[in-house]
Design a protein around this ligand. Structure first.
Ligand code: DCB
Length: 517
């Protein structure tokens, strides 16, 4: 048993992609400010936190007096049982743990339905007892006569919980209140939950030691340390070993306006919700790089480095927009990418997006393709294999033109941009036929809004797009990580970039997108 538990715990400890025990919480193994030293529960809470088995809520506190929910309790127990399922890809944050618990028979369908309506409800004590005992001490048995006599309210217990509650009493996991009541139908606090979990762990075989060597640096799921250099095989983005990879994350807004959301804490927040990609949108016009190159470049480099620090892939985006023809500033672009590609030539994390959205009176064949061909040459002179992302005319929607007349070179992908309120089935069909003719596609920018960044949000159409992309293994970045008062912005106005975010900080769009990383 010790062996299994130690293994489980070290797996938990090295899981740097943090599983949350409060919705939208960020694990914090440091002491919690609201866990008073010397309180009856402090040692238990700190023990579990030190082992990475519990985490605080989004506000950095533990909230020991709050009633624990079914999802929170099952998650803690599941971690103690060594289940290290990845955080939910979509749906409820605790869904992988909940289905693990259900399939292992810790509880039945009717007690916590997998449809989720009870996940966020308080869990009653008799059900918590059953889950704890079945998960951690399935072979323990109590004695009906002696153990039931320890409870003054045994008659209130439902029959299906006798076995677990009596087993827990027999080894001192449950004790009852000052009047000897177990209160089977009441909730329990987060502090009480910690206490019974600790007692159950001690009952198993004693607590395993805290791993003295902390997990090596941050590592996101599907991040750079796992996948290494990316490569394009056929139309699919693949990792260094040639296995398909799909990247998901946020695009910044214009860093000249919203650079505060490309700092370390903000990027880390997206990683903690499961993003393995960040896009640095460096506008060229609109007061961006071309008008203040040094300060904007500095912001871009800091953002790239912050993403790398989180083990994420990062796109540096030459964000042309009002300057719709990439040829207008091809020399500035070549100088910029030459410097960036030199700087990051040994860094597998960096992808180069050479022209956000060509638009206006330009053509693929006459302007964008010749520009791309030049930039590929420039970047390849420094970076042998970094992925290069190429836009197309009509705000990077003309993938059919690129498919018919692609740029020469390796590890090239073509960007497709869409806004759910503006672009629908016709653009998906266009993408499909481009893929069919061999064009590798990367959605480096999409929004839940209309193409103006506002209106909506259009979540039904966004869902169709998400399904479309996931069925085809297409990577994506969402527009945008900022608190601007526009519907495409992921954060509510006024959200601090320098704290961890809870779902409460997110706009409707942000909640939807963060749930889909
Ligand atoms: C793209 C751009 C991006 C733009 C978003 C939303 O433009 F790549 O820069 O972001 O889509 O429109 C918006 C911001 C606003 C900001 C504005 C100007 O959200 O806060 O004020 O840029 O800098 C597109 C995409 C598609 C289409 C048109 C545009 N389209 N466009 O299909 O018609 O005109 O900007």
């Amino acid at each position: 048993m010790t062996n299994i538990l130690t293994k489980a715990l070290s797996a938990v400890m090295s899981l740097a992609l943090i599983v949350l025990s409060c919705p939208s919480a960020i694990a914090d193994t440091a002491a919690f400010p609201d866990v008073k030293p010397g309180s009856w529960y402090a040692d238990d809470v700190n023990e579990l936190a030190a082992r990475g088995l519990i985490s605080g809520c989004g506000d950095g506190k533990f909230h020991p007096g709050d009633t624990i929910t079914a999802a929170q309790f099952v998650t803690i127990v599941a971690r103690c049982a060594g289940i290290t399922d990845k955080p939910a890809v979509s749906g409820h944050w605790a869904a992988p743990f909940m289905s693990a618990g259900l399939s292992r028979g810790w509880y039945d369908w009717d007690e916590i339905p997998p449809t989720g309506e009870k996940f966020e409800k308080p869990i009653v004590r008799q059900l918590a007892a059953k889950i704890l005992m079945r998960a951690l001490l399935p072979d323990k048995r109590g004695d009906y006569n002696t153990d039931s006599a320890k409870m003054t309210d045994f008659s209130q217990l439902d029959g299906r919980y006798y076995e677990s509650v009596l087993a827990g009493y027999s080894c001192g996991i449950f004790a009852g209140d000052d009047k000897g009541r177990f209160k089977p139908k009441s909730g329990l606090t987060r502090a009480e939950a910690c206490a019974i979990v600790i007692r159950a762990l001690k009952c198993m075989d004693g607590l395993p030691p805290i791993d003295p060597s902390p997990a090596p640096g941050p590592a996101v799921d599907g991040g750079v340390s796992e996948n290494g250099w990316l490569q394009v095989k056929g139309t699919q983005l693949c990792n260094e070993k040639g296995e398909p990879v799909v990247l998901h994350g946020m695009s910044s807004q214009g860093i000249q306006w919203f650079g505060q959301y490309t700092g370390e804490q903000s990027i880390k927040n997206t990683a903690e919700y499961g993003a393995n990609l960040f896009r640095v949108a460096m506008y060229t016009g609109e007061g961006g790089y071309l008008s203040q190159p040094e300060s904007v470049k500095k912001l871009a480099l800091a953002a790239i480095d912050a993403a790398i620090k989180q083990d994420m892939y990062v796109i540096i985006d030459w964000h042309i927009l009002s300057d719709g023809n990439p040829m207008d500033h091809v020399n500035e672009s070549k100088a910029f990418f030459s410097e960036i590609a030199e700087r990051y030539k040994d860094e597998p994390a960096v992808l180069y997006e050479i022209c956000n959205e060509p638009n206006g009176s330009i053509t693929w064949a006459g302007d964008v393709k010749p520009y791309a061909q030049e930039l590929v040459k420039t970047i390849r002179a420094q970076s042998e294999k970094g992925i290069i992302l190429i836009g197309s005319s009509t705000w990077s929607q003309d993938v059919h033109l690129a498919a018919a007349d692609p740029v020469a070179g390796d590890n090239l992908m073509y960007t497709l941009h869409f806004y759910a309120g503006t672009h629908g089935q016709w653009l998906r069909d266009r993408a499909d036929s481009a893929i069919k003719s061999g064009l590798p596609i990367f959605v480096t920018e999409w929004g839940t809004s209309s193409a103006n960044g506002s209106d909506g949000v259009f979540l039904d159409e966004s869902r169709r797009w998400i399904d479309f992309m996931s069925e085809r293994g297409i990577s994506w970045a969402n527009w945008s990580l900022c608190d601007k008062d526009e519907t495409s912005a992921a954060l509510k106005p006024g959200t601090s970039p320098d704290k961890s975010w809870s779902k409460n900080d997110m706009s409707e769009s942000g909640k939807f997108v963060f749930d889909n990383f």
